[in-house]
Design a protein. Structure first.
Length: 209
């Protein structure tokens, strides 16, 4: 698999889907749009997208090891399937409690704010390790040279587009945050359930071969 466009598409989809659930950077973008303007929150989104590239790079160094481990460890394939299904059930059944708290306006760098919030997100690198492990089950990717650049470009665009979606929808989310959170949680749960079931099927078929 050495088609840069495929790498870019997979990176885009993985990052776009991973950005949809409500988290600190999503809510920060929505809050900034409501409290200030689109230009300010787009600066935050751009900074967060740059940090996402770094987090994906960190995960890739571990993801290669995980991919090799998965190829030779059937038990871990079942574990990956189990974790995916458990996460799907948890996300589907939990009651979302997103909040938007207004703060007093104060001067500052929105770009720096985006860097800090994104860098301090503890879920980012684990997400990419998990995502790369799942991707390796369907694509034999080699993150080298042009393909690595294409993948990271897809990651950057996916993050930026997903956050821009929150910018556009901020006025709706302001008054319907609970309903919107429930919808995206169920969407993510469905995706995780599909991944878990497909991983379980791959593990079972490996036993039968």
């Amino acid at each position: 698999m050495d088609n840069p466009l495929l790498y870019a598409l997979v990176g885009f989809l993985a990052c776009f889907i991973g950005t949809i659930p409500f988290g600190p950077i999503n809510l920060s973008v929505v809050k900034t749009t409501v409290d200030y303007d689109r230009r300010s929150c787009l600066t935050i989104a751009f900074a967060a997208s740059l940090i996402e590239i770094l987090q994906a790079l960190i995960a890739i160094s571990f993801g290669m090891l995980i991919g090799t481990f998965l190829d030779s460890n059937l038990l871990f394939k079942f574990f990956l399937a189990f974790v995916s299904i458990v996460l799907a059930v948890f996300i589907f059944t939990r009651k979302p409690k997103p909040t938007l708290q207004r703060e007093a306006d104060r001067p500052g760098s929105f770009f720096r704010k985006g860097l800090i919030i994104s860098a301090l997100n503890p879920q980012a690198v684990p997400f990419w390790i998990f995502a790369l492990a799942a991707i390796s089950q369907y694509f034999e990717f080699q993150y080298i040279g042009l393909t690595l650049v294409a993948f990271l470009a897809g990651v950057f665009v996916g993050k930026l587009m997903a956050l821009y979606g929150f910018v556009v929808a901020s006025s709706y989310l302001k008054t319907h945050l609970q309903e919107s959170s429930t919808l995206v949680n169920r969407l993510l749960a469905g995706i995780l359930l599909f991944i878990g079931l497909s991983q379980g099927w791959n593990a079972v078929t490996s036993l039968l071969v």
